[in-house]
Design a protein around this ligand. Structure first.
Ligand SMILES: Cc1ncc(COP(=O)(O)O)c(C=O)c1O
Length: 487
């Protein structure tokens, strides 16, 4: 265990010395000072070492391979960080007069436009702070749309049983009844079930494409048609856009509203709960329902003068969903990433992501069972379970992978695959990395059969061993140090 800063503390040691004041001293107002403030006493070097040591215990994309399915943990180019730190962006205050923030507004306007172009939508709001937040916004837009037409019977949202848990959560939070739709033998939405639940009480369906099995939804056109014919709208969960960039536009397929995960597809860093950015794109008939304000051109420019950008509140807006204008730093990073790649580069990303996933799948499908085994998109799901190694479960395989210095894949999701291991290689990994990872998984499969105990007791080489994950989440203890009573 690393010592806490309090345990490292040594009386009288200091990290910073204030210069002698060149103004007369005066006492602080009474009540603002405390006689006894038990802060640790350390040198600057002690503090630096402490935090560097702690940071080395973190696992990161910059430190190692991170095939966490559905999360698109791709490499974040460092130029994104440079642009996000440019003083003109980093030190802009959202309450500044708009004449002084035209550069930032232009970037947001262009990003809105680019996202519309990439996914085939008529309007985008950049406000939502994450994918799940974008989902909530999208479902609220669907609700407002039906309400604005006096169509108040629509109380249900249909959700395929492979969907991410945030889909039913967003629908339920928006006041809808969630109706699950099962998956067919090929891993697509089951059309017969869908037809049987589609009627005039359906407000919409939330569709993830590629779905969370990593498979392109082969029935997508029929699914959209059936729901539209019943008067419902289609919500697209855009978390998996990395597989579609430059190849297929959800808006062209007929999706009405969709969130983007900038922090997945467009390489802004994520993890540990944020910050993210989950813009929502909509078809033409929903533009006036977007959360606002959104950036618009308030005065056209000409050859000599740039346009003037300002804020516009859509007419039937569901309102503001985030303080100020969202996570602007993430927008700068995503805008940089899109500009650096251009249209052809974005298509390359999707092609390489799909190629890498199929390469890895081909290397593993003879060792691990792949329940819906067909050409995959950017990720695939296999089972971490063998009949002839009954004690080993997916969790054990993931824990053992940590001993090989890999971040585990996503476990136990989607729920329709028992002992699911969901692997998303991403386009930024080399063939050598994929080969080494596949070798590790094949070795672990062998260990599962010859020495299962090795897996059951893994990880063996990490700063902490196997945690009780349920307890760790429910009874989070972040500090095991208690201050002495009389310091
Ligand atoms: C398919 C899918 N939908 C939605 C989300 C939610 O996105 P966020 O984590 O940005 O809230 C995720 C996140 O993992 C996801 O994988």
């Amino acid at each position: 265990m690393t010592e806490t800063v309090y345990e490292m503390s040594s009386p009288g040691r200091i990290g910073f010395r204030f210069p002698e004041p060149d103004v007369p001293r005066s006492d602080l107002p009474a009540g603002l000072t405390r006689a006894n403030l038990p802060l640790p006493e350390l040198s600057e070097l002690d503090v630096v070492r402490h935090f560097i040591t702690l940071s080395k215990k973190n696992y990161s994309v910059d430190g190692g391979y991170y095939p966490l399915g559905s999360c698109t943990m791709k490499y974040n180019p460092k130029i994104n960080e440079e642009t996000a730190r440019l003083p003109g962006f980093a030190f802009t205050h959202p309450l500044q007069p708009i004449e002084t923030t035209q550069g930032s507004l232009a970037l947001m306007y262009d990003l809105q436009k680019n996202l519309c172009e990439i996914a085939g939508f008529a309007g985008v709001s950049l406000q939502p702070a994450a994918g799940a937040h974008g989902e909530l916004v999208g479902v609220l837009i669907i609700r407002s749309y039906h309400k604005s037409r006096g169509d108040t019977k629509r109380t249900k949202i249909l959700i395929p049983d492979s969907a991410h848990g945030t889909n039913p959560a967003s629908s339920a939070m928006s006041g809808f009844e969630v109706v699950p739709v099962c998956t067919d033998a090929k891993g697509n939405v089951d059309l017969d079930t869908l037809r049987s639940v589609c009627d005039d009480t359906v407000a919409g369906l939330m569709l993830t494409n590629p779905n969370t099995l990593g498979l392109f939804e082969q029935n997508v056109i029929d699914v959209i048609k059936i729901v539209h014919e019943a008067g419902g709208l289609i919500y697209g969960d855009g978390a998996n856009m990395n597989a579609l960039l430059g190849i297929c536009r959800p808006g062209d397929l007929g999706i009405d509203v969709m969130h983007f995960n900038l922090h997945k597809t467009f390489s802004t860093p994520h993890g540990g709960g944020g910050p993210g950015c989950g813009p929502v794109g909509v078809a033409k008939n929903l533009v006036e329902f977007l959360p606002g304000p959104i950036v618009d051109i308030t005065e056209e420019g000409d050859d000599e003068t740039p346009p003037l950008y300002g804020w516009r509140m859509p007419k039937n807006s569901i309102g503001r969903v985030k303080a100020f204008h969202g996570h602007f730093g993430m927008m700068v990073r995503a805008a940089t990433y899109i500009s650096m790649h251009g249209p052809d580069g974005l298509r390359d990303i999707a092609e390489m992501a799909v190629l890498n996933a199929n390469y890895l799948l081909a290397k593993l499908r003879n060792t691990y069972h792949v329940p819906f085994d067909r050409i995959c998109m950017h990720e695939f799901v296999m089972e971490g379970k063998w009949a002839d190694a009954p004690d080993v479960i997916a969790l054990d395989i993931s824990k053992r992978l940590m001993d090989y210095n890999y971040h585990p894949p996503t476990n136990y999701f989607p729920l329709i695959v028992h002992d699911a291991l969901m692997i998303e290689p991403t386009e930024t990994e080399s063939q050598q990395t994929l080969d080494a990872f596949a070798d590790a998984l094949v070795k672990i499969a062998d260990e599962a059969h010859t020495n299962p105990e090795l897996l059951k007791t893994a990880p063996h080489h990490t700063p902490v061993g196997r945690l009780d994950e349920v307890k760790a989440a429910r009874e989070l203890v972040l500090c095991c140090w208690t201050p002495p009573e009389n310091p």
